[in-house]
Ligand binder design. Structure first.
Ligand code: UD1
Length: 462
């Protein structure tokens, strides 16, 4: 059965993974296209009425939601396995008023405010809402759009933005972000491509996804320099054309596989992966005692039997990625010594601590800092990932647990890891995807596997 059909069939059931612990991995693991890059490239396709072809798009529920959103506002999308062709030559009358449910289901869709405002001169988009890993405000997006000459108001849970100039065109400006935000940098970068004059972004986010976006926009005819540094210069143009673009490899998926190798003390070869995108993680894994070799877009890792604890502090790129903090914490439960893990990007990203503790891990949590006492064997139990990366961490911990674990929360995992269980199985893991008989409504699950009551949050990110 095709993956999409299988997911559809499961939609009224509650899926979970059964993971047999203590199995070694070996061989090769293929890395998919980057989810976070693909999502914003899809939004960027709204800047042109020509066809934008995207190759290497991962098949994930987040990508499906973004496709639904674009279709709802008038894009024609053709999908054939990992290729998407998007043409938005005519936007619907309602295209400046985005559907509430879809924007709420996917925070990343908020970046559509940039291209739609640039193309239409006005847009009304729901506030992205709360989420499980922090407050995640949008003040930097709003401040940037105002600087480009838009009137931006919040009205009844919607952000309403209008270009003030009589031609409804944005104007270039010098903008200094107060904090490094990936989403805000992407929003303003897209909006500025079609603005009149030059925009300079200071304190811009430097993540590889920003570089991928600038690369594609330049292929479409934009004039962007400096993406990947903290200062980006955008010379506005009148028109952007279509293009064919290949989404970069997913650095977070690649990093998760490297940690899977380390936690199981198994040798793995991972490709395609861009080593410079993973430098902060590679350095920490080497400090722990892993041997890592990079050759082109291939990374090979061999893990010593005994690994040492190391400390990490998350920070914007090129720092240690917040999206790998939870998987790395799972690894630290298995090493010698105590590690200090500090989360500085999001204020509520430690949900996995409780679940790891339930598996027997010794972790002391003080605010956003966790002290992990390694070396204790984690034991199999029934656990639940509360967000995408926590769920990946639960899978990794289960790979080394004594016994068979049950991992729930796959609605999160399916958002961001393409064929995660299948890929790990192909390297020697024993993971079965199954489901319990439950009644699920769109927002709430009542009776669930093992008497837990779970409320689905409607917005999640990362
Ligand atoms: C993106 C990634 C996510 C990753 C995060 C940080 C996508 C779809 N998601 O999320 O996987 O974990 O970058 O690398 O690409 N902030 C403000 N005001 C704003 C915007 C952000 O204060 O207007 C704060 C946030 O609350 C957060 C920090 O800035 O504390 C970083 O957020 P941001 O970089 O914007 O994350 P996202 O783009 O939402």
């Amino acid at each position: 059965m095709q993956r999409k059909e299988a997911l559809k069939e499961e939609s009224n059931l509650l899926p979970f993974l059964k993971i047999e612990g203590k199995r070694k991995l070996s061989g090769y693991m293929k890395v998919s296209g980057a989810k976070n890059s693909a999502l914003v490239l899809m939004a960027a396709s709204l800047l042109t009425n020509e066809v934008v072809g995207l190759r290497n798009v991962p098949q994930l529920t987040d990508i499906d939601v973004m496709s639904r959103l674009l279709r709802a506002i008038g894009s024609k999308i053709r999908q054939s396995s990992n290729i998407l062709k998007i043409k938005t030559n005519k936007l619907n009358d309602s295209s400046s008023n985005l559907p509430y449910d879809l924007v709420h289901a996917l925070r990343a869709s908020f970046v559509c405010i940039g291209p739609l405002l640039a193309r239409l001169g006005e847009v009304k988009i729901p506030l992205p809402g709360g989420c499980r890993i922090g407050a995640r405000p949008i003040d930097e997006h709003i401040q940037g759009l105002r600087a480009l000459g838009a009137r931006v108001e919040i009205e009844n849970d919607y952000v309403v933005a209008k270009a003030i100039s009589p031609q409804k065109r944005l104007n270039g400006a010098r903008i200094t972000f107060n904090c490094k935000s990936v989403g805000a940098t992407e929003t303003i970068l897209m909006a500025a491509t079609l603005a009149q004059g030059t925009t300079i972004l200071e304190n811009a986010a430097q993540e590889p996804e920003i570089q991928d976006l600038a690369k594609m926009l330049n292929k479409m005819g934009a004039k962007i320099q400096g993406a990947g540094t903290s200062q980006i210069t955008i010379e506005g143009v009148d028109y952007l054309n279509g293009c064919l673009f290949t989404v970069m490899p997913d650095r977070i998926e690649a990093g998760t596989f490297l940690i899977a190798s380390a936690i199981t003390r198994s040798p793995l070869t991972i490709s395609p992966a861009i080593p410079e995108h993973l430098e902060a993680l590679i350095i920490k894994l080497q400090e722990c005692g892993c041997l890592i070799e990079c050759s082109g877009e291939t990374i090979s890792i061999i893990s010593r039997k005994s690994l040492q604890a190391v400390d990490i502090t998350t920070s914007p790129f090129p720092g240690f990625p917040t999206d790998l903090q939870a998987p790395f914490m799972a690894l630290m439960t298995t090493v010698k010594g105590t590690s200090k893990i500090e989360e500085t990007v999001f204020e509520n990203r430690m949900q996995h601590v409780r679940e790891l503790q339930r598996m027997g891990a010794k972790i002391l949590l003080e605010g956003n800092t966790a002290f992990v006492v390694g070396g204790n064997n984690v034991k199999a139990t029934s656990i639940r990932g509360g967000d995408l990366r926590s769920c990946a961490a639960m899978v990794l911990a289960s790979l080394v647990a004594n016994g068979t674990s049950v991992v729930k929360g796959l609605e999160h995992l399916d958002r961001g890891y393409e064929d995660f269980a299948e890929k790990l199985n192909s390297a020697g893991a024993s993971i079965t995807r199954t489901h319990s008989q439950v009644q699920k409504t769109s927002h709430r699950t009542t009776k669930t596997y093992e008497d837990t009551q779970i409320l689905y949050s409607d917005t999640e990110v990362a």
